[in-house]
Design a protein. Structure first.
Length: 85
């Protein structure tokens, strides 16, 4: 029989303290500065679009019908946070 204890070969035993061992630590995303700028630009675009849609829905309700949206769809789009599509 093997003289090595079963727990000695476990992955958590082999890692040094502070070293990532689980999938949560390994899967951390690292973004470049250019990627972060694109994300922020996309968020700003969504904010502008939703503000314009809200203004249009208040000022010219018939324009909402012209672009093929219902009042409920417009309200749902306006209510979304900027980070959601």
């Amino acid at each position: 029989m093997n003289d090595t204890p079963a727990f000695a070969s476990a992955p958590h035993q082999a890692a040094r303290p502070g070293t990532p061992v689980g999938p949560a630590e390994v899967s951390r995303r690292r973004y470049s500065l250019a990627t972060l700028r694109r994300i922020i630009a996309t968020w700003r675009e969504r904010i502008r679009f939703r503000r314009k849609l809200e203004q249009m829905s208040k000022a010219n309700r018939h324009l909402i019908d012209d672009i093929g949206l219902t009042r409920r769809q417009v309200e749902a789009e306006i209510a979304k946070p900027f980070w959601r599509r």
